[in-house]
Design a protein around this ligand. Sequence first.
Ligand code: AMP
Length: 380
Amino acid sequence: MLPGATLGILGGGQLGRMFTMAAKRLGYRVVVLEPAPDSPCGQIADEVVQADYTDEVALRRLAALSDAITYEFENVDARAVELLESLGKPVHPSSAALRITQDRILEKTFARENGIPVTAFAAVRSEEEARAVYHGEEFPGFLKTARGGYDGKGQTKVNKGEECARAVREMQGGQAIDLILEKLVPFEKEISVVACRGRDGSFAAYPPIENMHVRNILDVSVLPARISEESAKAAIEIARKVGEGLSAVGTYCVELFVLPDGEIWLNEIAPRPHNSGHATIDACLCSQFEQQVRALCGLPLGSTTLLRPAAMVNLVGDGSGDHLHGVEALLAEPDVALHLYGKKKAPKGRKMGHFTVLGGSGSSAEVKARELREKLSWGT
Ligand code: AMP
């Protein structure tokens, strides 16, 4: 599918926006389906179908306007994706991959079946199951909703069977919500691998990225991660296995734990470009978003070589105002690229933009990035 074709995207947030920028640079047209007016992606797409993500008429219109379709978040209704698939246009990720990555129980089971190391886990559907799962053994664990959680939402740390049973009661609130109990991983670092699989099964991965979170939201990413060569190889191997196991087409991300001995375990899979991969826009010739465009269109995948080490800082609203102060100071710096998503309101916790600093090493880029962040603030 060559430039000039129209790509459809479900979801008009910043991921859709950056996908659209990459697509348009290559000469594609983009149509987005999004309920909100003036969305980050809608502002720059060629056409907007403004409707709910489950609106059947709108989904059919999106398919009619598009030569291939993708979506920017994994909490999309799998039935909507199935409907799009039934309309005869290529849709990636597939509904089959989506079903697995939408559900932590299916995802971790998939990992175990594919020989990918994950922490001990069990599905928990009731208080009795919570007590039984502990088998009298007390260990710190995380109780999470199987579906719908992100950025640490829908999860709580529990230390023993009774506490877990209580948390089950609170999280379910009388409803039949599937939960998963995971044993706590005593990790040293969190990293991710952003990878891409082409329609022909070709595979490309960026070097592993080191991720630091604040209140469960990604705060700073360093590319490349400061890990051993063996750990990096193991991380990329996990990404390869995940892509093959899911028969993935497109960009996806594996979030991983690095254990003290350097072993790598899978935490979760995002079947789409990922926040931790934003530095690839400025640090690589072909970004994670351009890879997504290439894979969707059946084109050769691009280079994942790092031109320079980089650090990325997320610009997250803190509730003190909708305007970012200090932009001029940031732009006065060489080696810095600022990305703002065009959102009008910056409530606490909302991802408003990011900036990337290129450096001689990941560490020096990180130091500079943290220094520069101090020059920025939210205000009226
Ligand atoms: P998640 O939404 O599953 O990615 O979890 C959000 C964050 O919680 C992760 O990035 C980790 O920092 C932490 N976390 C989640 N699960 C575990 C676990 N089993 N052991 C240790 N930390 C975890």
